[in-house]
Ligand binder design. Structure first.
Ligand SMILES: *Cc1c(COP(=O)(O)O)cnc(C)c1O
Length: 460
């Protein structure tokens, strides 16, 4: 395996590059990546740090060449968008322990028509949902489950992996754990995830607990289980996931031939993803691949907006809230685990936090769908935030903007059905497009067809 890595243009094989856990508060506190604790002694989150001096011995141009070459290969595991950047992600792992479904390398959708409707010329949607389990969670889960597989191979006593989830984390965990042959336990808030999200871990053989609480309630339980019962925690509090997710920013820049976009717009719930996005970009700056930072917009649902509230106070202090119901179920989180990392990241990236009402989420989603997209509601939150920031002139006509679409719309069809049936409470459904039911009669169909085409003409 290592020989193969060399043939793929890797500067050198395994042990040269080092990575470790480090406290985000007290940087002297460090531990190996097979530690089974997720927080430092003072309760601060851990993060994975890399030996940047060693990585710097390879030039920026050389890294670019290596990353590009791997993304069009089939060579295990480097053709994955995550493992193509293995030295920056989890350098020490044996390739034989990598559990990958060739995640990442998702397409950028040039939102030409939707962009023009907003007055933007250069709008792109990063389709992170075009992946094995239908959400960006695959990017982090490949890293976490690979590390678990390696730890088990080395004799660590890990009975199972577990997570609390608003739906997508559990789908990703269940799939990767099933591929690795490791038992998975998922804790879901009962009745608060979509059918597609529920059936994924069920089908993949995870133990699925539907609890009578919200996400924050599930999180409390899984933390106890991880602390007391020999179960490995797979939530994004475990910073191994951030290492995989951070490749998305690197990948976006790579897709633009190493040109940095002006804006990255991302929905935020537990805030691991926005932290990860910034971390990947930080690494590119540290290693000289880019010289400029984009600005980051983090978008929240108004019903679950603790970060937005903190932003309004200039990030002076943070108060957890009880998150209310929202169409954007994956971000109905009132006490985000990665709040400190996220605020740090937004400060470094001249960040903006914007919020969207339920009506704005549904209508932005539907408008974008009309231009060929098929968005999940969380992407809808990001699009609604984008529309507001463009309208007030902060994002300019010629700016290059990338919206990170976090999941595939097919995971949320119930919502789309309700929208188009005008059955969503409090939502206008302004461009509902229900199927037209008619008798199978040529004249009737023909008349209705021309009536419909005329309606479309008026709408444009
Ligand atoms: C998990 C998730 C988010 C939120 O990501 P965080 O890291 O929790 O901020 C957004 N959208 C979708 C579809 C998700 O699954």
């Amino acid at each position: 395996m290592d020989d193969k890595a060399d043939s793929q243009g890797t500067p050198d094989s395994k042990p040269k590059y080092k990575a470790w856990f480090q406290s985000i508060a007290d940087k002297t506190e460090r531990g190996p990546l097979d530690d089974l604790s997720y927080r430092a002694s003072d309760g601060a989150l851990l993060e994975v740090r890399h030996d940047i001096d060693e990585l710097r011995k390879t030039s920026a141009d050389e890294w670019k060449r290596i990353f590009k070459q791997r993304s069009h290969s089939t060579d295990w595991p480097y053709a994955s968008g995550v493992w193509g950047k293995k030295e920056w992600v989890l350098p020490g792992i044996d390739n034989a322990h990598v559990v990958s479904m060739y995640e990442g390398n998702t397409n950028l959708f040039w939102a030409d028509r939707y962009g023009r409707q907003l007055g933007l010329k250069d709008l792109w949607i990063k389709q992170c949902g075009n992946t094995h389990t239908g959400s960006f969670k695959d990017l982090g889960m490949t890293v976490l489950v690979s590390q678990v597989k390696e730890m088990i191979a080395k004799g660590k006593d890990i009975q199972a992996v577990a997570c609390a989830s608003t739906g997508d984390t559990s789908a990703a965990l269940a799939a990767y754990a099933a591929a690795a042959g490791v038992p998975a336990i998922v804790f879901l808030p009962k009745g608060k995830v979509s059918i597609a999200q529920l059936i994924q871990p069920v089908a993949n053989g995870a133990i699925v607990f539907a609890l009578d609480t919200d996400f924050d309630g599930c999180m409390k339980i899984v933390r106890h289980v991880a602390e007391n019962d020999g179960v490995y925690l797979a939530n994004s509090m475990n910073s191994l996931r951030i290492e995989g997710q951070k490749t998305v920013g690197i990948e976006i820049v790579q897709q633009f031939d190493w040109n940095v976009p002006d804006w990255l717009v991302i929905p935020g719930g537990n805030l691991g993803n926005v932290s990860a996005l910034a971390k990947g970009l930080d690494m590119m700056i540290d290693l000289g691949l880019i010289q400029r930072r984009p600005r980051i917009v983090c978008a929240q649902a108004e019903a679950a907006n603790p970060l937005y509230q903190s932003y309004q106070r200039g990030f002076k202090g943070f108060e957890p809230i009880a998150a209310g119901p929202t169409l954007a179920t994956a971000i109905q989180i009132g006490n985000p685990v990665s709040i400190d990392k996220a605020i740090d990241a937004l400060k470094r990236y001249d960040g903006i936090v914007e919020q969207a009402t339920e009506n704005e989420i549904a209508e932005s989603c539907a408008r974008a769908d009309r231009t060929g997209l098929f968005n999940c509601p969380h992407t809808g939150v990001a699009l609604a935030a984008l529309e507001k920031i463009v309208a007030r002139g902060e994002i300019k006509k010629n700016d290059r903007v990338v919206v990170l679409s976090t999941a595939h719309g097919l995971k949320f069809v119930e919502q789309k059905v309700s929208y188009h049936r005008k059955e969503l409470e409090g939502i206008d459904s302004a461009i509902a497009n229900p199927p037209v039911e008619l008798a199978a009669d040529y004249q009737v169909v023909r008349d209705e067809m021309f009536r419909q085409l005329e309606l479309r003409d008026k709408a444009v």
